[in-house]
Write a new protein. Structure first.
Length: 239
């Protein structure tokens, strides 16, 4: 059982984890089995659970259920990564990066998987494209800079949830994607600064869950749909 949600706006605004959503889903299944929720309300609340992004959005879903276990943010924010690592501290390793540059001239490059992002990574794309996937990466420093030059080409940067993103690039008949900028980072998470120049090209930034976590969540939702179908069949037999 977790502690009660602290009465602080900052706590309510913190992002919830998949484990938090699964705990709420379990409470809803218990309430359905006890007859506290009908199937329609169970389905609505379950959908809201999997769509919730923060603790503030999760808390009201089970607030009216007796004995509900409140979902509270952890004292230290954890993000799953390679080998289910415990937290950000284990992903900021210091030292040198395993790769410091990437070039695509009428071709492409990519960096993904368990690689170490250096304090500064320089990349260039001309009539080509590059992809930097940081979801399972280690970081040489708490703050890293990715300098991108895209001339009639494109570079895409993928970051995991919890990482702070700052975009400082300049575009001339091109652009830098700033949609992921402004979201505060989790405690201890790296800060990724994206700089550079785009001419008739672009630099994109995406925030995605690690592939293994996405597959786990997809499987959990599949199991949830199967349970809902079984529950509907059981209710139908009861009538």
């Amino acid at each position: 059982m977790t502690d009660d949600l602290p009465d602080l706006p900052a706590a309510a605004d913190l992002r919830a984890s998949d484990a938090d959503r699964e705990r709420v889903a379990e409470q809803l299944r218990d309430a359905l089995a006890e007859g506290r929720l009908d199937m329609e309300e169970f389905g609505e609340r379950l959908d809201a659970t999997y769509q919730a992004r923060t603790y503030g959005e999760l808390a009201p879903i089970t607030r009216d259920l007796p004995g509900a276990r409140a979902v509270a943010p952890p004292s230290v924010s954890l993000v799953k990564g390679p080998a289910e690592r415990g937290g950000w501290a284990e992903r900021i390793v210091g030292g040198q990066g395993s790769s410091t540059w990437g070039v695509a001239v009428m071709s492409g490059f990519e960096r993904k998987g368990r690689w170490t992002v250096p304090e500064r990574f320089d990349c260039f794309a001309f009539w080509g494209g590059g992809e930097l996937d940081l979801r399972d990466a280690y970081f040489a420093e708490r703050e890293v800079t990715i300098n991108c030059v895209a001339v009639m080409g494109g570079i895409n940067v993928i970051v995991p949830p919890g990482v702070e993103v700052v975009v400082r690039g300049i575009g001339v008949m091109g652009g830098f994607d700033q949609r992921e900028e402004g979201e505060p980072g989790e405690p201890g998470a790296p800060r990724v600064v994206i700089t550079g120049f785009a001419f008739w090209g672009g630099v994109g930034v995406e925030r995605k869950l690690p592939k293994a976590e996405r597959q786990r969540l997809k499987e959990a939702r599949r199991q949830e749909r199967l349970e809902r179908r079984r529950a509907r069949r059981e209710l139908g037999r009861g009538h």
